[in-house]
Ligand binder design. Sequence first.
Ligand SMILES: Nc1ncnc2c1ncn2[C@@H]1O[C@H](COP(=O)(O)OP(=O)(O)OP(=O)(O)O)[C@@H](O)[C@H]1O
Ligand SMILES: O=c1[nH]c(=O)c2[nH+]cn([C@@H]3O[C@H](COP(=O)(O)O)[C@@H](O)[C@H]3O)c2[nH]1
Ligand SMILES: NC(=O)CC[C@H](N)C(=O)O
Ligand SMILES: [Mg+2]
Length: 795
Amino acid sequence: MFLQLYCIRNPFCFSRKEVKIGARQSKRHSRNLPSELQRAKRSRAVSKVSEHTMKRSGSMLDISEDSQHSTNIPPPKKALEDTPEASSMNGSHVTLVENLPVEKVEQGDRVAILDFGAQYGKVIDRRVRELRVQSEMFPLSTTARQILELGGFKAIIISGGPNSVYDPNAPTIDPEIFNCGLPVLGICYGFQLMNRHNGGSVACELIREDGACEIRIDNSVKLFDGLDEVETVLLTHGDSVSENTVAPDFQIIAKSGHHVAGICNEKRKLYGVQFHPEVDLTIHGSKMFENFLFKVAGCCGNFTIQNREQACIDEIRHIVGNKKVLVMVSGGVDSAVCAALLSRALGPERVTAIHIDNGFMRHEESDAVEKSLAALNLSLHRFNFGTTFRSSTEHLKPYETPLDECDDPELKRRIIGNTFIRVKDAVMKELNINHDEYYLGQGTLRPDLIESASALASGHADTIKTHHNDTHLVRELRKEGKVVEPLKDFHKDEVRELGKDLGLPVSIVQRHPFPGPGLAIRILCSSDRRPEMCFNGPLYTGVAAEHMMAFTEKYFDAALNPSQGIYENPVYERARQDTLKSLSEKDRELASQQTFQISAHVLPIKTVGVQGDARSYSYAVALSTDERPIPWQLLFAYASVIPKVHHGVNRVCYVFGPKVEHSIEDLTRTFLAPHTVTKLQMADHVANNVLFGRQNASNGLVLPNVGHKIQQMPVVMLPIDFDRDRNAGGSYRHSIVLRPFVTSDFMTGQAAIPGIHLPEETLLEMDHAIRKEVVGISRVLLDMTCKPPGTTEWE
Ligand SMILES: Nc1ncnc2c1ncn2[C@@H]1O[C@H](COP(=O)(O)OP(=O)(O)OP(=O)(O)O)[C@@H](O)[C@H]1O
Ligand SMILES: O=c1[nH]c(=O)c2[nH+]cn([C@@H]3O[C@H](COP(=O)(O)O)[C@@H](O)[C@H]3O)c2[nH]1
Ligand SMILES: NC(=O)CC[C@H](N)C(=O)O
Ligand SMILES: [Mg+2]
């Protein structure tokens, strides 16, 4: 089939290309849980409570700026019974200090995890424990001797990390780890360390890989026993090992294109994988851990998992003693579960809940939150501090930019997080709460801490973004021992399970998350009308945008037109293969009768992403086409491939409507002004009404409620007018990005694909309804990016 592709960004418009596209075979398997674990899951007997009935009493408080409500609540609930037979996972803690304050444990097999600052270090720990093997996380400086002296360890797992092993200052490992006789599994950075320390080398390559990819494996080795020859795995790396840089005495056991994706020395029981078996996007990751733990390391899986609910309650009682807790509740599942646990542990009379409307909530969100939390029987006070948040500044900076003049996403986050704490202090004063008698309760989860690079989660992680519940002021409070966060070792799916066990209503437990900083981060601000585009990265150091587009052209040539001669280069060949594989038979057939015209524009905005366990802040690409039906398979294939070859790009979107004709050279000046927030509130409201089937479609039909098919849908505002009159002055219009997202734990995930995860008509209706009902909208876009390389949120 032939495709005509335009890649356009001022003034480097590409010529028309005629190109060929092939077919995709994609395969998904469900995880193979070991039968023991499945039995454990089935037999999980956790005490249930019936839903509370709401009793309201109490007075209105009078301290907020706009409005406030107070709901004082009912009699203590029966404390949760111990359920020794219950088997839910026990959380673990990272050993933070460098000199191993770990007790010798006599019974059971254990696995040591060396933490090199991975985003997924605690996910490794979780997978091991799910297989009923105890695991312990250690700092990267831990030596083989220390591990052997502690005793009981049957294997070592080395995590990924944000660094490059060849950097002079990169964290390194005790080489004896590879000679101490214990089986070792190195993951990503851990694999790269293993290869380098055993005589191989690692280099930064032209093509990086972020997202789910198909690799070929040698399933005759123990690690891959029982798996298919082609497996879907998550890769996220810029450094690679190639065939001729593998350590001597190691065999290649997996390949991703021309990159080596796995090595082993079976005799020494050393295995290294470039991909991440611990995350959901590696379809058979659990099976690989099972093979490593049981077939390679000989663990017996006899670890008894403690009742996690009871562990949380014990922790709360231990920290709080006979004092009280002021718990911050957003209406989301984490804080609701946290509040329910506090209430069980301490009795509701010792728990006060506050909900703060920071001015960046969704349309009428705080009303809905108050109603939904009624089911929790809490003493709930609601306050509105919109004006305070908007004018708040970062107190650590010498210059003070108020939030509503900020365009730096990290600065916005820090201001918002610290303002939450200052506002909480004002609320305590108003409620006559004595600081000495109260702890602060927060529904902080593992991903919040890991993404904020908290020492509570890892010693060496990169800051992807500062979550509002882990800013400087929160950390100060933690140091004083004034914070209680019982869910800090949980992931979202585990919190939901716990919430269900606690008897919380489905409406709360299954609610889509909403970030604390809310719409403030989802509005991409711009103080500059004419942004400079500057690509910094391995490929673009010191090189201007036109070079990037020239590279794009070359890449698209390589991907789609193999007959032009430059394609012996394995990088281009891999890119071409990836694109070809991503097309279904049907699309290929359709494509063979048609000519596609797709434009690619690099947008002059950067957003936060997570690549190779590190933060990225890179450009977004917008694809558009006049082809109908919309060639989704092809568009999603580009979305996966473009960031691999353009290290300056971490997101790819589709622009609904006609093909974008002009390059985007200027931005709509945008700040967090009230009318801007209202505009996004409206767009978000309209999009969610369509998603949850609450609104008639433009053709009069009621679309089905499909909200449960995805886990979240950030609705984001871009300071871009795609079709503005180029002779006029600046535009006031914005565009809206829809980010429907499919995930279980939010550590990794994928963009919802029209026709697979969500009906296409739902998305088309969202586009139509937003443009019809919200004034000043240019275009609606669909984010097609996996996490990694993009995050769930845009900012
Ligand atoms: N508007 C708010 N008022 C009071 N506390 C808040 C607010 N927003 C967030 N928080 C606090 O920050 C914590 C982290 O927020 P986060 O959004 O991750 O969790 P959540 O809102 O409880 O659940 P979800 O992730 O499902 O939205 C919350 O558990 C809560 O303690
Ligand atoms: O309470 C929060 N405070 C924050 O600062 C924050 N940032 C991201 N999120 C939510 O976390 C999940 C993962 O988001 P990302 O993929 O964008 O990192 C998604 O569900 C996000 O909505 C936040 N929640
Ligand atoms: N996820 C990782 O461990 C990444 C390792 C290294 N930083 C890379 O990009 O290759
Ligand atoms: Mg939330």
